[in-house]
Design a protein around this ligand. Structure first.
Ligand SMILES: O=C(O)CCC(=O)C(=O)O
Ligand SMILES: [Fe+2]
Length: 377
């Protein structure tokens, strides 16, 4: 499956013409990395600035053994589009091992990391976040994406010592896919969707057999001027869902209507679940694909590991018919993940609205409901 995900990337090369700078050793923020202005998405959210964390609400933490887990998840998906899970069954020892492999990777000399660079038409390898192409300033981070086997790249990074690192990543990938499949069913169950409604998951509804996942390791070095730097700019994920491990340094923030940017605090052994654009479309807009970003820290570095989970790349994704009726018309046209990745590469944070066919201006469908294409004035 992952090789098909790589195919989707081959058709839309991302050229990042930035010189690679070893930011870990810098004592001052270079102009290339100075985001002096509040970024446009904060402005769009009512002019809230990065420091405006006057927030009283917290991102939900859900125990997967809670008897009310479905209601809790449904509520979190609707109101936040993000939540943390505990009691998820992934052993802490695996999280620790994967963190230590990731740290080992990013602490290699830059020349060594560049040997495993991502090619413009590839998905896997070392480099800047692909969303960098939408910004004139560089982000204060390094990334490494793994889709399919990490073997070839890991041989470049650790010629003597790659096998152990490969084993760790492969085990993490396998466990994350299992958890992502389980999370998918919890989220769909809470919408009243059953196995019969998701034909592409097969009669047993086994998402893990059908879905693809990529892992993205993100490293944010300590930064001499964190208020003017951006770890990872605001974006929504082009996935069904993303499961994120973050180490003990906070940095992930989500945009909550009426609250501004809310920090998702690291909790020991916890994992963050983020709703992606595709699940938002399938839920006909009822589950929020949350805008999120990573900010950086003056004295501590930070590491995160994202499992980006999506459907088979050629399956048409559209609002579930069960969730559509005359008062809830479909908000999105059908689209494959392959096509959506192309749309995202072109329109970035406008991608979702470019797939939209109806606007929920009025939740009680009536004459005010705006369906596209709008008539030209
Ligand atoms: O590092 C983080 O907390 C965010 C990472 C992220 O959003 C991503 O990899 O898509
Ligand atoms: Fe993300």
């Amino acid at each position: 499956m992952s090789s098909r995900l790589s195919e989707a990337y081959k058709t839309r090369p991302v050229h990042l013409h930035h010189r690679h700078l070893d930011i870990t050793s810098l004592q001052e923020l270079p102009d290339s990395h100075a985001w002096s202005q509040v970024d446009e998405y904060s402005a769009a959210a009512g002019g809230l600035r990065r420091g405006d964390s006057f927030v009283s609400e917290n991102v939900p933490v859900i125990d997967l053994h809670d008897p009310n887990v479905l209601q809790l998840i449904g509520h979190a998906c609707k109101t936040w589009g993000v939540f943390q899970v505990i009691n998820h069954g992934i052993p802490t020892s695996l999280l620790d091992k994967t963190e230590s492999t990731s740290r080992n990777l990013f602490s290699l000399p830059i020349e060594q990391k560049l040997k495993a660079s991502r090619s413009p038409d590839g998905i896997s390898g070392y480099g800047f976040a692909t969303i960098s192409s939408f910004f004139s300033k560089l982000m204060w981070s390094e990334g490494f994406t793994i889709a399919g086997s990490p073997l070839d790249h890991f041989r470049q990074l650790w010629p003597q010592d790659y096998a152990n690192h490969c084993d760790v990543i492969e085990e993490y990938d396998k466990e994350m896919k299992k958890l992502a499949g389980r999370m998918m069913w919890l989220m769909l169950d809470s919408l009243g969707i059953t196995k019969r409604d998701v034909k592409w998951a097969g009669p047993k509804g086994k998402f893990e057999d059908a879905c693809s996942a990529a892992l993205r390791l993100n490293y944010y070095p300590a930064c001499p001027d964190p208020d003017r730097a951006m770890g990872l700019a605001a974006h929504t994920d082009s996935t069904l869902l993303t499961i994120l491990y973050q180490n003990s340094t906070s940095g992930l923030q989500v945009l909550k209507e009426g609250n501004g940017w809310v920090t998702v605090p690291p909790i020991p052994g916890g994992l963050v679940v983020i709703i992606g654009d595709l699940l938002h479309m399938m839920s006909n807009g009822s589950y929020t694909s949350v805008l999120h970003r990573a900010v950086v820290n003056r004295s501590k570095d930070r590491l995160s590991i994202a499992c980006l989970y999506g459907p088979p790349t050629s399956v048409q994704i559209s609002p579930f018919p069960k969730l559509v009726d005359p008062s809830h018309p479909p908000l999105y046209r059908p689209i494959t993940w392959h096509e959506y990745l192309g749309t995202k590469a072109k329109h970035f944070n406008e991608a979702l609205s470019s797939v939209r066919i109806c606007s929920p201006d009025d939740s009680n469908f009536n004459d005010d409901f705006v369906c596209f294409p709008r008539k030209k004035a």
